[in-house]
Design a protein around this ligand. Structure first.
Ligand code: ADP
Length: 325
């Protein structure tokens, strides 16, 4: 559906919603007034029926007035309850629809991002292979092209892994395949990998030795890689990225600190949602799908741990994952 058609549909749904809500409230008010009038009329007729010479006249009048007041109270009580229920339902429906529309919008952004993320490496790979096939190139140029192609296929691979994993993790993590992992070695090797891939970046590892956790190696690797990749992606080339790993009596703490663009307080919780990307799609320059941190959160949930983000000083973010021990 085009953005214009979606907006038109949303406007139509909003109008129907408000018309229905106003109709229900007006109908409720109308019924209240009608019942009140009927109540007053009944009381008047009953009053007219009693004889003024009757010795129990005053008592009868008071009984009729009492019954009229009781009925009014009953209408007010029932009307107020009904009104409260209508409002409650209206707020519930409003929130549900808004959430649904937001999710649909995010999914659309995701599809656009995915298409872009898939197309670029495919196009680059195709071009490189065609060049290799058609031309007699010098050895070092050939090597460069092959290296570049490999990098692009690696990107494709990790993107596909992320998408597949996201749909698998929806159904919950399978904890039976967890085993003891040397987290120190895993993080160390990840830091080395990134240092080699990004030779112009300063990546520092403060990793305490021999820290073990229980878990699934591939997932933990993915978690660490996603966090380091983000730290590099969302900070300028000159900024340092620091990864630290240590253990206290309650938990194993892995921190990835950057000196980059930072995250606004309003976005701190939302960035862990599926497909969520901070800022506006039009002004965003970085590539991404909004899946990485969602996966990190899911992975930490499946490993008896948690993930959170705080501000780094003077600028940037610190992502802290904590495994309970
Ligand atoms: P992606 O990077 O593919 O957009 P993520 O789920 O990894 O998806 O991150 C979600 C959003 O959180 C990003 O779009 C970005 O706005 C924000 N974010 C993540 N990591 C950082 C970081 N280290 N510094 C600043 N913003 C970040």
């Amino acid at each position: 559906m085009s953005v214009f058609a979606a907006k038109k549909k949303l406007a139509f749904v909003t109008i129907v919603y408000w018309v229905l809500l106003l109709y229900m409230i007006t109908a409720l008010a109308w019924w209240f007034i009608a019942l009140q009038n009927q109540n007053a009329l009944m009381a008047k007729m009953r009053l007219a029926e009693i004889n003024k010479d009757d010795p129990a006249y005053l008592q009868k009048v008071s009984t009729i007035e009492d019954s009229k007041a009781r009925k009014t109270a009953q209408y007010i009580g029932e009307g107020a309850t009904f009104f409260a229920l209508i409002l409650l339902g209206a707020v519930f429906v409003f929130n549900a629809v808004r959430k649904q529309i937001k999710l649909a919008q995010q999914q659309q952004n995701f599809m656009m991002a995915i298409t872009h993320e898939l197309k670029t490496p495919i196009a680059v790979t195709k071009l490189n292979l065609e060049t290799l096939l058609r031309r007699q190139l010098q050895e070092d140029t050939q090597q460069k092209l092959i290296k570049n192609t490999l990098q692009e296929t690696n990107r494709l691979n990790s993107l596909c892994n992320n998408i597949l994993l996201a749909s698998q993790l929806e159904a919950g993590l399978n904890t039976t395949s967890q085993q003891e992992i040397n987290l120190s070695e895993l993080v160390e090797s990840s830091v080395k990998d990134f240092s080699m891939r990004f030779i112009d970046r300063q990546i520092i590892g403060n990793i305490n030795e021999a820290i073990y956790i229980f878990g699934e190696e591939i997932l933990i690797e993915m978690l660490v890689n996603n966090l380091i990749e983000n730290a590099l992606k969302y900070s300028p080339k000159t900024a340092v990225v620091t990864i630290s790993l240590n253990q206290n009596t309650n938990a194993v703490l892995l921190k990835v600190c950057d000196e980059g663009i930072g995250i606004a307080d309003a976005d701190k919780k939302r960035i862990f949602e599926k497909f969520y990307r901070a800022g506006n799609e039009n002004v965003r320059t970085t590539k991404g799908t909004g899946l990485g941190l969602y996966l990190c959160k899911k992975i930490m949930q499946g490993h008896n741990g948690s993930i959170s983000v705080t501000n780094n000083l003077p600028q940037g973010s610190i992502f802290t994952t904590s495994f309970n021990v």
